[in-house]
Design a protein around this ligand. Structure first.
Ligand code: ADP
Ligand code: MG
Length: 236
């Protein structure tokens, strides 16, 4: 599979009279890691919220292949394989690491396909901590567990909001390898992140948002040379 996975066309989102996303059009391709960057308040998390069906759009359309996602509920959108990791880790602290992955799978307890939980634990490097309570994990491990929870259902569109916020350098490097390993021809990965060093390690393509609009879109290799991006974002 290749070509467009998610197509956003003329998306506008308002909170009261405040326009957080302004007529945004964006195409996310299969097989790619697409980074969404930009200053605080640019509308990045809001875009993920609307894709996931958590925030309503005022106008515009979002489609996944020939499925129109606009207007569907959060649960319906998730069933189409569109999954998001929130900005703050939100694991079930009282449950074990393994139980959290099982919840991410979205099947009844004990009904996970054979080996799937082990596979996911291995991908996010938490095999040795499978029986530990999630509340006892370090911050970085909680981030990976949450990636494992969204990964468990084998999403077509995987969205990560600030996956390295608050992580150490070593944890960032491990998260970068993890995200690169998740890239597949039948999956698109959208990453919202502030850390440019991290973005450079993982992204194939970048969209820079500013005040709800696209300031730049192109390959990672060109973003640092763009004068508008330097002015409003990188140069500060
Ligand atoms: P980013 O993730 O790029 O930092 P957000 O998408 O979180 O930015 O927010 C974009 C703008 O929309 C900000 O000015 C923020 O305060 C505003 N905003 C986001 N969510 C809400 C909400 N639920 N109600 C009111 N304003 C909101
Ligand atoms: Mg945000």
């Amino acid at each position: 599979m290749s070509g467009p996975a998610l197509v956003i066309d003329g998306l506008t989102v308002e909170f009261g009279r405040f326009r957080a996303v302004d007529n945004l059009s964006l195409v996310v391709d299969y097989g790619q890691v697409h980074a969404l960057i930009g200053p605080n308040g640019a509308g990045k998390s809001t875009v993920l919220n609307v894709i996931a069906g958590v925030s309503p759009a005022k106008s515009g359309r979002i489609s996944l292949g020939d499925i129109e996602l606009t207007g569907l509920t959060e649960a319906q959108i998730a069933r189409h394989g569109v999954r998001r990791k929130f900005q703050k880790p939100s694991v079930f602290e009282a449950l074990t690491v393994r139980e959290n992955i099982e919840i991410g799978l979205g099947v009844a307890p004990g009904r996970a396909p054979a080996g799937r939980i082990e596979e996911v634990l291995d991908m996010v490097d938490l095999t040795s901590l499978a029986a530990a309570s999630a509340g006892a994990l370090a911050h970085g491990q909680k981030q990976w567990l949450e990636i494992g929870m969204v990964l468990a259902s084998d999403p077509k569109i995987l969205m990560l909001d600030e996956p390295v916020a608050g992580l150490t350098d070593e944890e960032r490097a491990r998260t970068a390898s993890l995200v690169r390993a998740l890239r597949r021809p039948d999956r698109a990965i959208i990453v919202v992140e502030h850390d440019m060093g991290f973005v450079e390690q993982i992204a194939d393509k970048v969209t820079v948002l500013h005040e709800g609009r696209t300031l730049f879109e192109g390959p990672m290799s060109r973003v640092r040379a763009d004068p508008r991006v330097v002015e409003v974002y990188l140069g500060r």
